[in-house]
Design a protein around this ligand. Structure first.
Ligand code: UD2
Ligand code: MN
Length: 586
């Protein structure tokens, strides 16, 4: 157990208020102020604190480094120093059951001290940075839903143990409607040992991690900075100062620690894969919006004097970051329309960059995160949320922030075009009012390396129904995929199986399927295709013709049997005349 520390929360709060009030008043009259606000993105509230920059003094241990090794939880005990802890076969069933329930091996975790030491994975250089001691204070916010006890509490213990007390204003736990017994009275009793430093709030319904984090921001009123952690983390040696120093200097900077990989079976801690030779990566995405890490680019490397300096990242993974409280509120927290899980990491990243802030990854601040193991049964979304909340979240994010680039998302996930994603007008207004920059600017200035790793998928050049010219018959997949053949059907103007698109790469597509033919059969079929497959079609609008380029033949149809096939081109044949028409009934 960690020794309780007496703390006067009221005086910290008063001090914060004092600091906030000490901000230089704007000189202009109210009308001019509004003008300034509109011209300067979010800079209307920016006051660069005049704190000295961190300095690297090789050979001279940093002022925030421990002079002696930190105390062990249980000297020589299980998992100390992040050594692998493995149990015998008699525990197999219990372990399997815990993985199914929590995603981690809770049997082993429960045996490891909540105050264990972990290995110091930092680059040696990190130990020689000196930081100004007037760092901002922080509220650490942890949202959780049905998490295991010891992994949750080890997160809390590690924060208390490894954060200098004068900067740790509070730890705010947001229980997102858990129903496990150990998260009820037991939790309430346990946190009493910290005399109010650790607070617990409970959601009255399942909000999902995204809205739970926004709720956490409102509940956390003591610290100047909000630090978010997942409920299964362990912060590393001297994680605080490097993470907070950049925010202390510029309050529109949001920082992310280097996230290490804690093995959910044996609780070893390793650097994550996928970075450069130093293990450094930038946060990125593919065009279907899956989270990716790409090695730190040489352009970013060139910006730094020392290799352990913070560097810019286009996006964050989502769970672990620090942001100045007022700045987060100015950004309007997360989009209130994002539900449960996913996409919020991109929303906040784009909002920060496009609206005048910065997102930095901080190599000297390291925090371990336990990744869920295979076999976890997961947390199904609650009944009051409709289907596919994550996909809807993605659509909201691209609709608000991606401008024309959203076509690349829809080209990758055409099935999301039909999702009802709700009202986004308030977000669009926010974007306008804050003069947030375009996604094109963002791609060119900040995320320039993302397309090098994840090439832009071809955009659509035409889409709609493919109608036999001057007929009421349209090409119809009849829902067939993966090699099924096409037919003609009465045009229904409802899209669906009659909705096709032709892209810049000459693919004629429906969902993730391309039109093509087999070598031995002239029938047109529909087959799954990758970015570089079946680039075979040209549409000549004026000639009303679809040319099948591999054989220089034409798309054709039979009047009676409603077949669709490829035949030698003949201008006289009316069955080879088509129009692609996107005036649909919906
Ligand atoms: C990653 C992020 C996570 C979040 C997510 C996308 C990291 C290391 N993790 O997935 O923070 O951004 O991507 O949305 O970057 N929780 C709730 N209510 C829920 C579901 C989850 O409170 O309905 C809690 C959960 O207990 C945990 C946190 O939210 O503390 C994140 O969930 P996760 O750990 O399942 O997400 P993860 O790490 O797979
Ligand atoms: Mn997590």
């Amino acid at each position: 157990q960690v020794e309780g520390v007496e703390v006067d929360l009221e005086s910290i709060r008063l001090k914060n208020d004092e600091k906030n009030r000490a901000a230089p008043p704007l000189k202009a009259d109210p009308v001019d102020q509004r003008d300034i606000m509109q011209k300067q993105y979010l800079t209307f509230k920016v006051q660069k604190h005049k704190y000295p920059d961190p300095v690297l003094k090789p050979g001279q241990l940093g002022n925030f480094e421990l002079k002696e090794p930190e105390p062990e939880g249980v000297p020589g005990g299980p998992g100390e120093g992040a050594k692998a802890y493995v149990l015998g076969p008699e525990y197999k069933d219990a372990i399997q059951a815990s993985i199914k329930e929590f995603g981690f091996n809770m049997v082993v975790s429960d045996m490891i001290s909540l105050d264990r030491t972990i290995s110091d994975l930092r680059h040696d250089e990190c130990k020689y940075w000196h930081y100004d001691e007037n760092l901002l204070t922080s509220s650490v916010i942890i949202v959780f839903h049905n998490e295991g006890w010891s992994t949750l509490m080890r997160t809390v213990h590690s924060v208390i143990k490894r954060t200098p007390r004068r900067y740790l204003a509070e730890i705010v736990l947001i229980d997102d409607f858990s129903n496990k017994a150990h998260l009820k009275e037991r939790l309430e009793d346990y946190i009493k040992q910290w005399n109010g430093l650790v607070k617990l709030f409970r959601n009255e319904r399942r909000e999902g991690l995204i809205q739970a984090r926004s709720i956490g921001a409102k509940k956390a009123t003591v610290g100047q900075v909000l630090i978010y952690l997942d409920a299964h983390c362990e912060v590393g040696p001297n994680w605080y100062a490097p993470l907070i120093a950049p925010i202390t200097n510029d309050r529109t900077v949001c920082t992310v620690p280097l996230i290490d990989y804690i093995d959910g079976n044996d609780y070893t801690v390793e650097p994550q894969q996928g970075g450069d030779e130093d293990g450094f990566a930038r946060g990125a995405w593919d065009w279907s919006m899956l989270w990716k890490r790409v090695p730190l680019s040489s352009k970013e490397k060139a910006k730094r004097k020392h290799k352990t300096e913070a560097y810019r990242s286009p996006a964050m993974a989502g769970g672990l970051f620090a942001i100045e409280r007022d700045f987060f509120f100015e950004l309007k927290l997360y989009d209130p329309g994002l539900q449960i899980w996913g996409g919020e990491n991109f929303e906040i990243s784009y909002k920060i960059w496009q609206c005048g802030g910065q997102l930095l990854f901080v190599p000297c601040s390291r925090v371990g995160h336990i990744y869920r193991l295979q076999g976890w049964q997961g947390n199904p979304p609650p009944a009051h949320v409709g289907s596919s909340p994550t996909l809807k979240n993605y659509v909201r994010v691209v609709e608000v922030w991606w401008d024309d680039y959203k076509d690349y998302f829809y080209a990758s996930r055409p099935e999301t075009k039909a999702l009802a994603y709700g009202d986004i007008s308030e977000l669009k207004t926010f974007r306008e009012e804050h003069n947030c920059k375009s996604f094109k600017w963002f791609m060119e200035e900040i995320a320039y390396d993302v397309p090098l790793h994840y090439p832009l998928p071809p955009r659509n050049v035409d889409w709609g129904e493919v109608r036999g010219f001057e007929t009421n018959y349209c090409i119809d997949s009849m829902g067939r995929t993966n090699g099924g053949h096409l037919e003609m059907g009465p045009c229904h103007r409802m899209g669906g199986n009659q909705l096709f698109r032709l892209n810049e790469a000459n693919q004629l597509m429906q969902y993730d399927q391309c039109l093509t033919r087999r070598a031995d059969d002239s029938k047109v079929i529909i087959a799954h295709c990758k970015l570089d497959e079946y680039k075979e079609w040209k549409y000549f609008k004026d000639l009303h013709r679809f040319t099948y380029m591999p054989t220089s033949q034409c798309l054709d149809r039979s009047e009676v049997l409603h077949q669709v096939f490829i035949a030698d081109c003949a201008t006289s044949k009316s069955t080879q005349k088509w129009e692609m028409n996107n005036i649909l009934a919906v």
